[in-house]
Design a protein around this ligand. Structure first.
Ligand code: TXA
Ligand code: MG
Length: 316
């Protein structure tokens, strides 16, 4: 069910859930300070209770309502990258609901870069908890139609068009102890590690995960159809040739063709692929094939987040 901005505000203020657009993926939103509303998110997504939610806020000034750990390093990152596809995991204030943070001591925060949702956040006066608006482990939605396909027409959706970035935010945990401030990458996204390094002035801490992002299940972002990744196009084509009786759909990164096989082609450019990735996987999945054959991107910095999503999508 589609709703407009005013209807979305009323529903959210009444403790109902509404799917909202962001620049990364659509989120299933509810009032972050209303436990009953938060419970509905977990129920609709069929998400385990120990997998915490990201709180979406209108601007940087709201961080202190939720976190005690808005340290100088965290402030630098927020100033540099918000609104934008960066989520900061910080020490939570004691009042922050355990349902929201899955009993973790931290809270995840971000200012999304989407005009309609920024208006929604400002006009409603709410902070909105929102995980991606899909069933647990399924493909994330980047259009209003994807949300309805995954969650059904009973869920209200504020349609803000196709998400510009196309894959989920980069998640960074910032910690402060006797050794000073440090940061860790909890989830790759299209905001590159190098940019975070440049702004923070220190490299990411790679050893021993101080904080974990519990939602990083190996099987995630999965289409219903089994999916296989190929490190070269030649291998993909040879696989398709060797299994002529398996109904397969292929995805190529860059111009080309797969003989005797249905195939999709995306521009061989990480920004373009991120923008189209979930939509293309949704379309491939809808063809009810027996197998999806994907040409893997190179193992190069700008492709790492896409490679991460595709690798998780192959696990089942
Ligand atoms: O781009 C995005 O981040 C989208 C849009 C809607 O903002 N949201 C999103 O939410 O991808 P979700 O719930 O699908 O993924 C959030 C991830 C999960 O892996 C969760 O475990 C992690 O963030 N997370 C949330 N709160 C956390 C916390 N306090 N500590 C560590 N990880 C946390
Ligand atoms: Mg998700």
């Amino acid at each position: 069910m589609r709703v407009n901005l005013d209807e979305a505000i009323i529903k959210l203020q009444n403790g109902e859930v509404v799917a909202i657009p962001t620049e990364t993926v659509y989120g299933l939103a509810a009032d972050a300070s209303n436990d009953d509303a938060l419970r509905q998110i977990y129920a609709i997504k069929q998400r385990p209770a120990d997998n915490p939610l990201i709180v979406h806020i209108a601007d940087i000034n709201q961080v202190n309502n939720w976190a005690t750990g808005f340290t100088p390093l965290a402030q630098k990152l927020a100033q540099a990258f918000w609104p934008g596809p960066l989520t900061l995991v910080l020490l939570a204030k004691p009042h922050v609901s355990n349902i929201l943070r899955g009993n973790h001591p931290t809270v995840a925060l971000r200012v999304p870069n989407h005009a309609l949702t920024l208006q929604l956040l400002k006009q409603s006066g709410l902070a909105l908890a929102a995980p991606s608006a899909n069933k647990f482990t399924q493909l994330s939605p980047t259009t209003a139609a994807h949300v309805t396909a995954s969650l059904g027409d009973v869920v209200a959706v504020l349609d803000g068009g196709a998400c510009e970035v196309g894959i989920e935010s980069t998640i960074v945990a910032v910690t402060n102890n006797q050794n000073g401030e440090s940061w860790q990458l909890l989830r790759l996204g299209m905001l590159p590690e190098a940019n975070i390094h440049a702004v923070s002035g220190v490299p990411a801490t790679k050893t021993k995960q101080v904080i974990k992002a519990p939602g990083q299940h190996a099987q995630h972002y999965s289409p219903r159809t089994p999916i296989q990744l190929f490190t070269s196009r030649a291998e993909l084509i040879s696989h398709a040739n060797r299994h002529p009786n398996v109904r397969a759909v292929a995805l190529l990164l860059g111009a080309g063709a797969v003989p005797n096989c249905t195939y999709f082609v995306l521009n061989n450019n990480a920004t373009d692929v991120a923008y189209k990735l979930y939509d293309t996987l949704h379309k491939m999945d809808a063809l009810n094939a027996e197998q999806l054959l994907i040409e893997a991107p190179p193992n190069a910095t700008e492709w790492l987040a896409i490679l991460d999503r595709l690798t998780r999508a192959t696990h089942r």
